[in-house]
Design a protein around this ligand. Structure first.
Ligand SMILES: [Zn+2]
Length: 99
């Protein structure tokens, strides 16, 4: 897994810069070029983040978890999914639709 690069200058983004990509837009810190997430990237990121919702729900159904275990599992899965998500970003120079 590699972090995405700027489409303009090829600079690799830092992980913490990609934790909050608002509306699929980001600006390169080196050259200032606007970056837009690709359609493929939006779907891949969504698939990576999706387990944050369904894994805790499935565990709740299968196991009799206490409230503290349930909260711990939810937070743990949430943090892992969002920590991995930046590696699935790809940027382009033009805004692309979700579909
Ligand atoms: Zn750049």
């Amino acid at each position: 897994m590699e972090l995405p690069v700027c489409w303009s200058c090829g600079e690799t983004f830092r992980w913490r810069e990609l934790l909050f990509v608002v509306e699929g837009k980001k600006t390169c810190q080196k050259c200032g070029a606007k970056q837009y997430t690709t359609t493929h990237s939006k779907w891949r990121t969504g698939v990576v983040v999706l387990p944050a919702i369904y894994i805790p729900a499935i565990c709740r159904l299968l196991f009799d978890l206490s409230l503290s275990s349930d909260l711990f599992l939810t937070v743990l899965v949430f943090v892992i999914c969002f920590a991995i998500a930046p590696y699935y970003c790809q940027f382009t120079e033009k805004r692309q639709p979700l579909f």
